[in-house]
Design a protein. Structure first.
Length: 438
């Protein structure tokens, strides 16, 4: 690879989309120059625009700095902080039809895209070394996905399981048919130039231009999450059972000593670990550091290293039925069956008066036990009775997210303590090296 690639990003889909061209764009369907406010709508399998129907629409900016706005873009889809925004973008704008809706696609260079991703995934005021580390992993993840696009994924070493007594699923990024990646957290959070980039973000992109993590001849599928909770999880415990040597167990402190995390696959060890708060980079309450790595809506979640959630029996029963579609009857127990190296549950048995089912992997568990997503699947369960004699379920948990790869809050602390981006990446991706690809 010697030349910087371009990327097609799916921004949003709806029955109609309102947009504004902030300057002159070439409307390639007719060759006309357009600007200003417009709307495109789905109509009988076509795109209705300016009174005419089309299969697709394309708008090319006449300068590199000419932008366009999209109205009512949903961010954080199905997460606890879901909201709509008006967003601004550079690059080309296209519209296509997908599943009886209009889809907006933004085409731009990878480095311009990454400038936005770094500002969208975290605060643009983050320290330079953290931004550089994130630039490298975001670029690595993206290039890895582009390399995999169109390849056969039907020969995985493991497949989802769906029986009367077991439901094992995982949710990874799937190939998008009509664009490379989407703009939400399902791929990477991308909000165009809505989030103002700082000189530090621009410097982070420029100083790491073309750099990616590689393992042998492979560009690393560089995963990351908000907080590992003290120990990073391995890839195969969250997704398909294909080990990635560079996504291995990491004890997230300066000495990398176990801190009683010797083997968290053992229930007794995991319970002790989760009920305490061992030393870790991501074990911090430093608001200055957190404000660098967390956007405003992310800062609404202050208890991420160790957290608790409580449900009454009736609340849990109603929640699980709605979230899984399975009628368990009254939920009577939640029993850990299998844990990963970080203490995250891979399999959990849900016991009801009508039915008992073992569910997994980690995100299926998180989706089943929360209106959006439980912070992580690294939790233990306590049961007690309230004054009405109803069972109370208390979940005590660790971390925020799947915990694989870089821990964003841990990396922020490392940067604040003087670690450079290479040292941060070496800590979280043990067997990978940084290589300049273009």
């Amino acid at each position: 690879m010697t030349k910087e690639p371009h990327i097609n990003v799916g921004i949003m889909s709806d029955k109609s989309i309102r947009f504004r061209l902030n300057g002159d764009f070439t409307y390639t369907n007719t060759g006309d120059t357009l600007s200003g406010e417009h709307e495109v709508a789905f109509s009988e399998g076509k795109l209705l625009f300016l009174g005419e129907k089309h299969d697709s629409l394309r708008f090319i900016p006449k300068t590199d700095q000419t932008s366009f706005d999209l109205k009512d873009v949903t961010i954080g889809k199905k997460f606890h902080w879901e909201q709509k925004q008006e967003q601004r973008f550079l690059g080309e704008l296209r519209f296509i039809t997908e599943e009886e809706e209009v889809t907006a696609i933004n085409t731009l260079s990878i480095e311009t895209y990454l400038t936005s991703v770094i500002s969208s995934e975290m605060s643009a005021t983050s320290s330079l070394e953290l931004l550089k580390a994130h630039a490298v992993i975001s670029r690595s993840w993206l290039l890895s996905q582009l390399n995999q696009k169109g390849k056969c994924h039907c020969c995985h070493s493991s497949k989802p399981v769906e029986t009367e007594t077991e439901r094992i699923r995982w949710y990874d990024r799937e190939d998008h048919t009509n664009f490379d990646v989407c703009a939400d957290d399902h791929c990477q959070r991308y909000q165009g130039i809505t989030k103002v980039s700082t000189q530090a973000v621009v410097a982070a992109i420029n100083e790491t231009r073309g750099e990616a993590l590689v393992y042998g001849d492979e560009i690393c599928d560089a995963r990351f999450s908000k907080s590992c909770g003290g120990v990073a999880e391995v890839f195969e415990n969250c997704w398909e059972e294909t080990p990635h040597p560079y996504l291995a167990k990491v004890i997230d402190n300066a000495t990398e000593s176990d801190g009683n995390a010797t083997d968290l696959t053992i229930e007794e060890n995991a319970e002790k670990w989760i009920r305490t708060a061992p030393d870790a980079f991501c074990n911090t309450t430093d608001r200055a550091v957190l404000s660098q790595v967390l956007n405003d809506y992310d800062q609404k979640t202050p208890d991420f290293y160790r957290w608790t959630v409580e449900y009454t029996q009736s609340q849990l029963t109603d929640l699980v039925i709605r979230r899984t579609g399975i009628d368990f009857g009254k939920i009577t127990d939640l029993i850990p069956i299998e844990r990963g190296v970080s203490g995250r549950l891979i399999k959990l048995k849900i016991v009801g008066e009508k039915r008992t089912v073992t569910i997994g992997k980690e995100l299926e568990i998180r989706k089943s036990l929360s209106e959006s997503h439980l912070y992580s699947s690294a939790f233990v369960v306590d049961k007690e009775s309230n004054q009405e004699g109803e069972i109370l379920f208390k979940l005590t948990g660790a971390g925020w997210g799947h915990g694989v790869g870089l821990c964003q809050i841990g990396a922020a602390v490392m940067a604040s303590e003087g670690y450079n981006y290479r040292a941060i990446l070496e800590h979280y991706y043990k067997k990978a090296e940084i290589k300049k690809l273009y």
